[in-house]
Design a protein around this ligand. Structure first.
Ligand code: FES
Length: 149
C-alpha cells in the first residue's frame, strides 16, 4: 500500500477539495467538517470528472410535495449527467445496490514542515561545497495522506 502526502491540513478547509494525480490516478480529496475523504475522479457512469461536480445534500421524499434535506455538502453531483454519490462512502444514490465510485483511505499524520517540492520527493537541487553551522529547529505540520491500494 503506497502512502502519498497530498496536502497540509489547512490547505483544504471544511467544505473544500483538492484534485491530485497519484500514480496516474486522478483523485479528489474532500474535507467534510474536518474529516477527509478521497474519491477517484472518474464517474462510474460514463467516466466524467466526478470530483469537479457540485456539492449538495441528501433529498428524500415520502410523498409528492414533501421532502427532507439533510447532510449538506456530503453529496457530490457529477457534472456530466447529475448522478449523485456519497463522498463518505463512494455510494451512488442513482443505483445504490450496484454502483459506487472508488474511494481510498485517508489519514492525518504529523511531521516536520516540508517544502512542496520536498513533499513530492523532487527538489532538483544540487548540494554546494560549503556547509554553514546549523541548529535544529522543529516545526510540526499536519499532512493529509492518501493510501493507494
Ligand atoms: S458520467 Fe457521471 S453522470 Fe454520467
Amino acid at each position: 500500500m503506497a502512502k502519498h502526502i497530498v496536502a497540509t491540513v489547512d490547505e483544504i478547509p471544511p467544505g473544500g477539495r483538492k484534485l491530485v494525480e497519484l500514480s496516474g490516478r486522478h483523485i479528489g480529496i474532500f474535507n467534510i467538517d474536518g474529516e477527509f475523504f478521497a474519491l477517484r475522479n472518474r464517474c462510474p457512469h460514463q467516466g466524467g470528472p466526478l470530483c469537479e461536480g457540485k456539492l449538495s445534500g441528501l433529498v428524500q421524499s415520502d410523498r409528492p410535495g414533501q421532502y427532507d434535506y439533510s447532510r449538506p455538502g456530503e453529496i457530490l453531483r457529477c457534472p456530466w449527467h447529475g448522478w449523485e454519490f456519497d463522498i463518505k462512502t463512494g455510494q451512488s444514490w442513482v443505483d445504490p445496490a450496484k454502483t459506487r465510485v472508488r474511494n481510498y483511505p485517508v489519514t492525518l499524520e504529523s511531521g516536520p514542515e516540508l517544502e512542496p517540492e520536498e513533499a513530492a520527493g523532487n527538489t532538483g537541487w544540487v548540494k554546494g561545497p560549503y556547509i554553514a553551522e546549523t541548529y535544529s529547529v522543529s516545526v510540526e505540520q499536519q499532512y493529509v495522506v492518501v493510501q493507494l491500494t
